[in-house]
Design a binder for this molecule. Structure first.
Ligand SMILES: Nc1ncnc2c1ncn2[C@@H]1O[C@H](COP(=O)(O)OP(=O)(O)OP(=O)(O)O)[C@@H](O)[C@H]1O
Ligand SMILES: [Mg+2]
Length: 342
């Protein structure tokens, strides 16, 4: 039966991309991409009114054992640690891919070129040029900076080494600078995507803390590690307070990518992307219009909320009522955050 279904797909020209996505996700062991491709195939069947096939596929997808545990990332080398034995980074497998994100074309092409360059780093070096290996992502909260860093790791098939900010900023004098050096020397062996979220937190302290000597050391160490970073790892820092970063730090990065709040078209694309697994019956453009000033993450939250409302009410598709309810809740959340930030 499964064979028949697969044969049927292979003959469908429009579905060939979905089949490719299925096989690719299987090869990469990317369970979430596999689930997405499988769900799209099922939707496609439904659109064609092949309800029986859609149901059979859904049943296969629900069979136990289809979900693999996410592969555990481990390192042969001990992780860099504080003197109190706390790890300065955590190792993770990327879960998000660029297919989960709606980004402007210029941003997508910067990431594509970075990935391509990184893959061809040996050839680059043979020609006497270094591939770009340090990237700073700047932009407002919830615009997809951390998600894009993760998707870059997925695209490269590399594990993530994520900086644990709270651990790295040590109360011991001189330790923060040393922690940075430890992290970067860990990267010298192996290939990782080092993600350093809220990178500005290091620079921000410069004016705040009493001990200016220590802060100067941190900033100097930061400049040094970014400057010296020439390993087989990609370093991606993110910040939503770029003005707090020293201009000297900005200059050290090989590439700076600016993220923006989504415009109306992007908002409606995010909404339909995040609702792709359910049937919908509402005015997408109208909904996107109502979410003016919502960040990408907030639009995503509306989509997920609308699905929750649909399930709670035992409805079969997301309606304008569910969406309106979710937008109102999103708006209320925004107000609370706005008030609490003064
Ligand atoms: N452009 C986008 N397209 C689709 N989904 C998005 C986008 N941006 C963010 N999201 C969703 O919102 C979640 C949160 O976004 P993310 O953590 O990447 O924001 P950020 O820019 O790093 O924010 P912050 O500055 O607060 O750290 C993501 O995991 C993703 O699911
Ligand atoms: Mg982030």
């Amino acid at each position: 039966m499964v064979g028949d279904i697969v044969r049927e797909y292979v003959h469908g020209v429009a579905r060939s991309d979905l089949v490719k996505a299925l096989i690719r996700s299987h090869q990469r062991g990317d369970d979430s991409a596999f689930q997405r491709a499988a769900k799209e195939l099922i939707d496609d069947e439904r659109r064609k009114r092949h309800d029986l096939v859609a149901e059979q596929l859904e049943a296969i997808l629900k069979e136990p054992g289809h979900r693999r545990r996410p592969p555990q990332v481990s390192s042969l080398r001990p992780l860099p640690k504080t003197r109190d034995d706390l790890p300065l980074i955590s190792l993770e497998e990327p879960r998000l891919s660029f297919q989960d994100l709606v980004l402007p074309d210029p941003v997508v092409s910067v990431f594509e070129s970075l990935v391509e360059e990184f893959r061809q780093r040996s050839a680059m070096r043979a020609h006497g040029v270094s591939p770009r290996s340090s990237v700073l992502l700047v932009g407002p909260p919830g615009s997809g900076k951390s998600a894009s860093a993760e998707a870059t790791a997925a695209q490269l098939g590399l594990p993530i080494a994520r900086v644990r900010l709270a651990t790295i900023v040590s109360s011991y004098l001189g330790e923060t600078a040393r922690h940075l050096e430890q992290i970067f020397s860990f990267l010298d062996v192996g290939s990782w995507v080092l993600i350093f979220d809220e990178f500005d937190m290091l620079g921000r302290e410069r004016g705040d803390r009493a001990d200016h000597g220590e802060l100067r050391r941190v900033v100097a160490a930061m400049l040094q590690v970014v400057d010296d970073h020439r390993s087989d790892s990609l370093f991606i820092a993110t910040s939503n307070h770029p003005t707090l970063l020293d201009s000297a730090v900005w200059r050290r990065f090989d590439e700076i990518v600016e993220f923006e709040s989504p415009d109306q078209t992007a908002r409606s694309e995010i909404l339909s992307l995040k609702l792709r697994s359910v049937r919908c019956d509402f005015d997408l453009t109208g909904a996107a219009q109502k979410m003016e000033e919502f960040s990408a993450a907030e639009v995503e939250a509306v989509a997920l909320d609308a699905i929750r409302v649909m399930v709670r009410r035992l409805d079969k598709c997301v309606t304008s009522d569910h969406i309106a309810h979710a937008i109102n809740r999103g708006e209320a959340r925004r107000q609370i955050i706005h008030h609490s930030q003064g």
